[in-house]
Ligand binder design. Structure first.
Ligand SMILES: C[S@@+](CC[C@H](N)C(=O)[O-])C[C@H]1O[C@@H](n2cnc3c(N)ncnc32)[C@H](O)[C@@H]1O
Length: 278
């Protein structure tokens, strides 16, 4: 196989995939930075590197998400291992982390529960930024628990416990100061499930019954008995689910439920608090 340069192989790949994806795949294959690619256009790849890169380009052109191809994704200020067993952490979910951190004092002991932790992105970001806090992360998928545990070890957080189970089933009698969740919320049968990256992500992480609201109902109904007085519940939801989430929260006893938009201006997170004397 003829040896080709970084510039040549990138230009050829741009005919098949987006330039940003091609650069990320090549960075991964060469184990080099973006800066290296830009400053070494004439660097020649080995025949093995050409082979591996071209295979990845083919898979990307067929739709596989870059994060699964390279095995990682940046989220908040951390890099997480991702496999097809977990949802790829999304930038819009960083809003949930920010709102959670605002409610967990840095110098105080708190207990936080993350329901449906997936890769552990939310739980681990909170644990990393609030070392005095104890975080419990739950997921029904054993494969997701394995990925979240690998991430906790890689990122070096020890104030987190990762548990396999369904929502609060493994939490009898346990109370928290804050419960966060980014549960499955796409309506079953929604055509988006058959498009783009979603085609490759676990259905268990994406789809929910009752127009996508089923998991919210289950979580909201049980949340008050697992929160201390004055405790907070924060959830991520779909673009048209904010009103339903606020109404459901109010029905189960949360006061002044609110919703906030993500950077794209889409209503993304809703939250509520229990009365101090709940
Ligand atoms: C939308 S993903 C969120 C993953 C991660 N928290 C994030 O924000 O990137 C939803 C997660 O909920 C988990 N899940 C689905 N049903 C569940 C249940 N009954 N109990 C616990 N976790 C569940 C899925 O396995 C999946 O990991």
């Amino acid at each position: 196989m003829e040896l080709v340069s970084i510039e040549q192989i990138l230009l050829a790949s741009f005919l098949k995939i987006e330039p940003i994806d091609a650069r990320m795949l090549l960075q991964h294959v060469l184990n080099e930075s973006q800066v290296f690619l830009s400053t070494h256009p004439g660097w020649r790849l080995t025949s093995q590197q050409i082979l591996v890169f071209n295979q990845l380009v083919k898979r990307r052109a067929a739709g596989e998400p870059v994060a699964y191809l390279i095995g990682e994704r940046d989220f908040y200020d951390l890099t997480f291992i991702v496999t097809p067993a977990v949802l790829i952490p999304r930038p819009e979910t960083e809003l949930l982390v920010e709102l959670a951190l605002e409610r967990v004092p840095i110098e105080q002991y708190c207990r936080v529960l993350d329901l449906g932790t997936g890769s552990g992105a939310i739980a681990i970001a909170i644990a990393k930024h609030r070392p005095l806090t104890t975080v419990i992360a739950v997921d029904i998928s054993i494969d997701a628990i394995v990925v979240a545990s690998r991430n906790a070890k890689k990122i070096g957080v020890t104030n987190i416990t990762i548990i396999n189970g369904s929502w609060f089933d493994v939490m009898a009698g346990v109370k928290f100061d804050l419960i966060v969740s980014n549960p499955p919320y796409i309506a079953e049968g929604d055509p988006h499930l058959e498009q783009g990256d979603l085609r490759f992500e676990p259905k268990l992480a994406l789809a929910a019954e009752a127009d996508g609201l089923a998991c919210f109902r289950e979580i909201f109904v049980a949340a008050p008995e697992h929160l201390n007085a004055g405790g907070w519940l924060l959830v991520e939801h779909g673009y048209n689910q904010d009103a339903a989430c606020r109404q459901l929260m109010e029905e189960v006893g949360f006061i002044r439920p609110f919703s906030l938009p993500d950077l794209a201006g889409i209503m993304r997170v809703s939250g509520g608090q229990l009365e101090n004397n709940f």
